[in-house]
Design a binder for this molecule. Structure first.
Ligand code: C5P
Ligand code: MG
Length: 297
């Protein structure tokens, strides 16, 4: 009881201290965090989105690159490919982030975007080795505090699943180049497959993920499943409303969801607060998650 009280007091202090944190149902959040903390590091795992969650939204006054952008911006791709991707983005990205359309209204456009973008990647005949070069040339911008999150999860052996509608190969290579991919981690995303003889990307393998169908990470029967299988609590982090479904691929007793609201705060805050337990606005940091992880024994 004494420990519970200490934890509660501590939580209250930290949550109220952080800037950029919005919570609709404080009591519920307190209850969830307390359960996660008391049941400890062996009963929790993390599922997090990549683009604009693990990475920051703004960098030097501009939007930071997504995993798709790392390919688009590379010097190894043709001008034609570059222009095509920029045109697709100019057409579809405003739809993705529009505060005035419902997810159902956006859905067919997003599917079209991914169909076209993936076909463009195949048409470009990208070589396996180019992925390494692309990630060296343009790096993604990691959100403040995420490196500590990764390292704490590694040290406490908390499984960390990166579940993204970006490009698996780029995300994985970006993490490797920054020394941030550890044994306890797994990246599930759209995966380019390379011809064994030519080294050229000739197909995507596995499920196609876009921002609205991230509800099944499909890890049944894998080595990684053994890591999270008996863990009843999960922390979900994402920046798109669709990210709330990311942990639905497994059953949990408690799901603590954290939403990063990077854009359109005034129009979207209510929606985000009705969707996620905790909302971090204004491109804020992972500090709050770090504080929760620190409490886990
Ligand atoms: O990791 P996450 O699931 O957030 O990755 C999806 C993001 O990738 C979307 O928010 C979208 O804006 C971006 N994207 C992109 N280029 C594409 C497709 C998606 O930048 N061709
Ligand atoms: Mg995202």
């Amino acid at each position: 009881l004494k420990r519970t009280k200490t934890i509660l007091n501590y939580l209250l202090t930290i949550i109220l201290t952080f800037r950029n944190v919005e919570i609709k149902d404080f009591e519920n959040v307190e209850k969830k965090i307390l359960k996660i903390v008391l049941e400890g590091k062996n009963n929790v795992h993390i599922v997090s989105d990549f683009d604009m969650t693990i990475t920051k939204y703004w960098h030097n006054g501009r939007k930071s690159p997504s995993s798709h952008d790392i390919i688009t911006k590379s010097s190894t791709v043709s001008d034609e490919y570059h222009k095509k991707c920029e045109a697709l983005k100019a057409k579809y990205y405003p739809i993705e982030i529009s505060p005035d359309l419902t997810d159902d209204e956006k859905y067919p456009y997003i599917v079209d975007w991914y169909k076209n973008a993936n076909q463009a990647i195949l048409d470009e005949k990208i070589h396996k080795d180019d992925i390494t070069t692309m990630c060296r040339e343009n790096s993604v911008v990691f959100r403040p505090g995420i490196k500590d999150v990764f390292q704490t999860c590694r040290d406490k052996e908390i499984p960390f699943l990166v579940f993204s509608a970006g490009v698996q190969n780029v995300i994985q290579e970006s993490l490797v180049q920054s020394d941030l991919l550890y044994e306890n981690m797994k990246v599930v995303s759209n995966t380019m497959s390379f011809n064994e003889e030519t080294g050229i990307c000739d197909k995507f393998v596995g499920q196609l993920y876009h921002v609205f169908n991230k509800n099944n990470f499909g890890l049944e029967g894998t080595e990684y499943e053994k890591k999270y299988k008996n863990r009843k609590n999960v922390i979900v982090c994402g920046d798109s409303l669709g990210d709330i479904k990311m942990a639905d691929g497994a059953e949990h007793e408690t799901c603590l969801s954290i939403g990063f609201l990077n854009l359109n705060k005034f129009k979207m805050l209510n929606k985000y607060m009705n969707t996620f337990d905790i909302v971090i606005t204004d491109d804020g940091s992972f500090d709050l998650v770090n504080e929760i992880l620190r409490l886990l024994n």
